[in-house]
Design a protein around this ligand. Structure first.
Ligand code: ADP
Ligand code: ASP
Ligand code: MG
Length: 455
């Protein structure tokens, strides 16, 4: 079997919706399970519905109108969405008298409507093509999570549950991405962009032969195309390379996506619904088949990062100093990205400043603390590249040549990633400069021929 995941832009544009349902119909002999995101822009509307009390009535109507119009455009009979749209109206109306921001379990229930409506639409689109398909809530498919609303974690035994619930096909299940359910039946969400993660969780549970992520670029590109318009698809990547890119800002894959696939060795393909014949990117354990040489494949960039430096002369040769520092971050649930140390100080970067103030107060008991906001991490990724003599020199010479200052560098920790920190206003310029300076804008044969040799 295969998993085919369609993102918001694939299901939210009528012409692409038709392509997407057509692609699934073609793949029926491979026994697909489909995962869908909300129509493009819908999750943002729902997030705003939760945040803004004044705009709520207008946003409620907008969410409804978007789906009614879309159903008409893709010729899905209005009756197919009616029960769910009625449920949305009731949900929305129940919030109109309230002047509270909607949070926690309530917020996740509100957000769940985006994926629920998309799954109904997609299943109806498949049925119109003669495919026996049914919309399935991720919770009904066995995707149970803990109660961390907004960023829920699947429970340890989800794979067995999913295999049990989705084991019998047809009908072809169109599963809601991004969502889970607590053991006591409340909807949860897996974090923004989480439908990719859903696809990988299902793929691992069902032992898929392949997980396909259908999006709006022809694969994982050599940089974010909004920063580098000439960025090119990377034909082959290892799980390690793709994980680093996803983690450091390549939004095309949710950072957790590759873990379940990697555990089970399931290939992940990133493909373009607008250009379905393009080869896309193939992500497997091994980046290359025959090639032994290293090269930089892609550059990612994560913005709005804060660097925290803790300096203490007592650190010199002291046991347990690092343990005390990380205990504080752990206690405040703050994820640390880059770490550098000197004899008297440690610097780390964090990407979620919301809980930082409390942590900084606690760190004050260990040493002098300085926080520098408005930074960006740039990650230069390619298997073997960081250890290649001369790459770091080349990178920092290029940056120095145009006056971009580097605040922190992390090299040896990873085989695949050379990452460094710059001021946020320099980030795009640094990515563009390195993309050109490291030759990523040049045409590669494999980008053209990649798929033919792999399939
Ligand atoms: P979907 O709705 O299909 O999940 P997303 O918007 O979440 O799509 O992710 C696709 C987008 O990710 C692209 O349109 C692009 O703007 C952005 N992106 C950032 N970095 C990369 C990269 N290295 N390769 C491809 N896309 C990238
Ligand atoms: N619809 C959700 C979001 O916008 C999940 C996803 O797109 O993967 O974050
Ligand atoms: Mg996405």
């Amino acid at each position: 079997m295969i998993v085919m995941k369609f993102g918001g832009t694939s299901v939210g544009v009528p012409e692409r919706f038709a392509v997407a349902t057509g692609l699934v119909a073609e793949q029926v002999p491979r026994d697909p399970v489909v995962v869908v995101s909300a129509l493009a822009g819908v999750t943002n509307l729902l997030v705003e519905f939760c945040r803004s009390t004044t705009a709520r009535p207008a946003l409620a109507r907008q969410v409804e109108a978007r789906h009614v119009d879309f159903a008409r455009d893709v010729r899905v009979p209005a009756s197919q969405l009616e029960p769910l749209l009625r449920a949305w109206q009731l949900e929305a109306e129940s919030w109109l008298p309230s002047h509270q921001v909607i949070a926690g379990a309530d917020r996740d229930r509100v957000l769940s409507f985006g994926e629920r409506l998309a799954a109904e639409l997609f299943a109806a689109g498949l049925r119109a093509r003669g495919v026996d398909a049914v919309a399935v809530l991720a919770g009904d498919a066995g995707l149970l999570t803990d109660q961390r609303f907004g960023a829920a974690h699947p429970l340890p035994d989800v794979a067995a549950q999913i295999a049990r619930h989705l084991g019998r096909r047809p009908p072809l299940p169109v599963v809601t991405g991004f969502l889970g359910r607590t053991a006591d039946g409340r909807p949860t969400t897996l974090g923004r962009g989480g439908s990719d993660y859903t696809a990988a969780i299902l793929g691992a549970a069902l032992d898929a032969e392949e997980i396909q992520i259908w999006t709006d670029t022809s694969g994982l590109l050599s940089a974010d195309p909004r920063i580098v318009p000439e960025a090119r698809p990377v034909a082959r990547l290892s799980f390690a390379e793709a994980s680093e890119l996803a983690y450091f800002g390549a939004r095309v894959l949710h950072p957790k996506t590759l873990l379940p696939a990697m555990d089970r060795g399931i290939p992940v393909r990133v493909l373009n619904t607008a250009r379905p014949d393009d080869p896309g990117s193939l992500i497997t354990h091994d980046a290359e088949t025959a090639e032994s040489s290293w090269r930089v494949k892609s550059i990612a960039c994560k913005k709005n990062v804060t660097a925290v430096t803790i300096a203490s002369t007592r650190m010199l040769l002291a046991y347990g100093f690092l343990a005390r520092v990380f205990e504080v971050f752990g206690r405040h649930h703050i994820v640390v990205d880059l770490v550098t140390t000197s004899e008297v100080s440690i610097s780390v970067t964090v990407d979620d400043p919301s809980r930082l103030a409390d942590a900084i107060a606690d760190l004050g008991g260990i040493g002098q603390v300085e926080a520098r906001p408005d930074l960006a991490v740039v990650a230069v990724v390619g298997e073997g590249a960081p250890t290649h003599v001369g790459l770091a020199g080349h990178v920092f010479t290029l940056l120095g040549g145009v006056g971009i200052g580097v605040e922190m560098i992390s090299q040896g920790a990873s085989r695949v990633n050379l990452s460094f920190v710059v001021r946020i206003e320099d980030a795009d310029r640094a990515v563009r400069l390195l993309h050109r300076g490291l030759g990523l804008d040049m045409e590669r044969m494999e980008a053209v021929t990649g798929r033919a040799e792999e399939t």
